[in-house]
Ligand binder design. Structure first.
Ligand code: GLA
Length: 381
């Protein structure tokens, strides 16, 4: 049964779709509000997806960003577990990629160039000598086309974007589709797909900054983290992988057993120093045959909130908000200081276009890029 209600709300048209399915017992709502205009005059909307447990995610068509994500603690109390801004302006001026879809290439490409079939492509250097997160105007600064889309799994929002041939230096018209689904099992599922008309490189991710005690509630050093990785990719001073896959055993990068994020974050370790904390790609263990595997699990002891990250990707960037300096005013006017959040960005390894031994990120015409990541929330006593 589907009902569409139009409600006139302080000059903004709010559309609420109430959908229930007798067969699955699935229920929830999706609401759309106008969120203002970009400096170029493009209209931006904010979609709020709610599941039957009252878990709520708000997604902006600007950058496809997860703006808020309200999840319960062990007593059922909701808190917003992601960093972000109260209004569109914050996202337009943002330099931290809060919540955004990252592309065409998540993380760094060394010397901002790569070669495909003998042709060298030059990208903008927006991170020292390197290219970071798609360039100067990456997918996080694009306005995406949104459509509510029926899904048996929950409330779903489809976002599409055409990244034109030559955009930020990348070859090929890339048609990108990202589907966010909020399930009744308190999962935010993200499906990324893309096709191209010229050979190119693709590595899409989401850059949510989590604090399971609530955004703006302090640092994340007491969160207990487990990462399903026996190896990580050490980096040079520009945070470009050296090409080595190094064992985590005996290093501060060993999160195979649940360990506090802060336990070794200031260790006297070359890689920790280069990252200013954790800012590294972990090589995920995959269960052969499983379409998707557990990558990481994080537990916040005071609230009992748990986040599990599931993915089909080979890597995850674990980043501890080392560059947050309190200068950007976040939601409710709060300053987000160093290490007040962590990111777990599922991905192919950084600089893969220049690293022949890393899994390939090349997409050719006729192929379809398709990947899935799930952020699953629960609680523990
Ligand atoms: C990624 C990078 C970090 C940093 C953040 C954004 O996680 O690895 O070095 O650039 O994005 O600030």
């Amino acid at each position: 049964m589907k009902q569409t209600l139009w409600i006139k709300l302080t000059g903004t048209v709010l559309m609420t779709t109430l959908a229930t399915s007798g067969a699955t017992g699935k229920s929830g709502t999706t609401a759309k509000t106008s969120w203002g205009k970009t400096p170029d005059g493009e209209e931006v909307d904010l979609y709020t997806l709610t599941n039957k447990n009252g878990v709520e995610v708000a997604i902006s068509t600007y950058g496809g960003a997860v703006v808020s994500l309200k999840v319960p603690d062990r007593n059922g109390k909701l808190a917003d577990a992601v960093l972000g801004y109260d209004s569109l302006d914050g996202y337009v001026n943002d330099k931290s990629y809060f919540g955004a879809i990252i592309g065409r290439y998540g993380n760094r490409i060394g010397h901002a160039r790569f070669t495909l079939d003998g042709k060298t492509y030059t990208l903008a250097k927006n991170n020292g000598e390197n290219s970071l997160h798609g360039g100067i105007k990456g997918f996080n600064k694009a306005v995406w086309t949104a459509k509510e889309t029926p899904s048996p799994d929950g409330q779903a929002l489809e976002l599409t974007y055409l990244s034109k041939d030559g955009e930020e230096g990348f070859p090929g018209n890339l048609h990108v589709r990202v589907i966010y689904t909020l399930t009744d099992s308190n999962e935010l599922k993200i499906g990324y797909s893309a096709t191209t008309d010229k050979k190119t490189v693709v590595n899409l991710t989401n850059h949510s900054y989590f604090n399971l005690a609530g955004a703006g509630s302090g640092d994340i050093l007491g969160h207990i983290l487990m990462i399903e990785a026996d190896k990580f990719t050490p980096v040079d001073s520009g945070l470009i992988p050296t090409g080595e896959l190094r064992d985590v055993a005996g290093t501060p990068f060993d999160f195979r057993k649940p360990t506090a994020i802060g336990a070794r974050i200031n260790a006297d370790d070359e890689q920790i120093k280069l990252g200013g904390g954790y800012d590294h790609n972990f090589v995920l263990r995959r269960n052969p045959g499983d379409p998707i595997s557990l990558a990481a699990r994080v537990m916040e002891p005071k609230t009992g909130r748990v986040l599990e990250v599931w993915t089909d990707q080979p890597g995850v960037q674990f980043y501890t908000g080392n560059f947050l300096d309190g200068s950007a005013k976040g939601k409710g006017g709060l300053a987000y200081t160093k290490r007040s959040a962590f990111c777990l960005e599922t991905q192919h390894f950084p600089d893969s276009p220049n690293q022949p031994k890393f899994p390939s990120v090349v997409l050719s015409p006729g192929e379809r890029y398709h990947t899935t990541t799930i952020y699953k929330f629960s609680t523990e006593k």
